[in-house]
Design a protein around this ligand. Structure first.
Ligand code: GDP
Ligand code: MG
Length: 177
């Protein structure tokens, strides 16, 4: 590819974590294929999807990993985290328990990954404003306390999904160059 200048190649592994049914798989399918599934079942099989993005004219491959349903068993393995340089920690703005779990997911992340990795707190399902259970301010505050980027997204109506991944990829890129 002529866009690869000087033989530089960027492949960034990004993990998506968070409680079951917060919308991790749909965020990924929205990002990688612009698809949404209202009746998505716990993910089986698909480990990751690769999406090419352009940052400063550089072709970057974002290899985004999905937990494949392991989150039900608190059994996301170290192989899942290995080599990851970015993470999206996702909760569902309409289910407070998923927000309360974020600290535990961050503990997991800190156990397995370098703390310099690019990390983004993602409040998904922003389309469910009428049954919101976690305020934007609470999300922002937690992100500030923990040193994370913060964004609210909707995999359903596409709001901020690309932006969330782009911010993380840009931060990783800035760490590397
Ligand atoms: P996962 O277990 O975290 O991978 O969650 P899924 O992506 O499988 O989504 C769980 C359920 O939430 C599915 O019924 C999705 O259709 C639904 N869902 C995912 N994202 C959104 C969203 O942004 N808004 C709404 N309203 N529903 C969503
Ligand atoms: Mg899933």
């Amino acid at each position: 590819e002529e866009s690869v200048v000087g033989g530089e190649e960027y492949l960034f592994k990004i993990v998506v974590i968070g409680d079951s049914a917060v919308g991790k798989s749909n965020l990924l399918s929205r990002f990688a294929r612009d698809e949404f599934d209202l009746h998505s079942k716990a993910t089986i099989g698909v480990e990751f999807q690769t999406q090419v993005v352009d940052i400063d004219g550089k072709e970057i491959k974002a290899q985004v990993w999905d937990t494949a349903g392991q989150e039900c068993f608190r059994a996301v393995t170290s192989a899942y985290y290995r080599g990851a340089v970015g993470a999206l920690v996702v909760y569902d703005i309409s289910r407070r328990t998923t927000f309360e779990s974020v600290k535990r997911w961050l503990d997991e992340l800190n156990t397995h990954c370098d703390t310099t990795m690019a990390r983004m707190l993602v409040g998904n399902k922003s389309d469910l404003e009428n049954i919101r259970d976690v305020s934007i301010e609470e999300g922002k505050r937690l992100a500030e306390e923990e040193g994370l980027f913060f964004i609210e997204t909707s995999a359903l109506d596409s709001t901020n999904v690309k932006t969330a991944f782009q911010i993380v990829i840009r931060a990783i890129y800035d760490n590397f160059k």
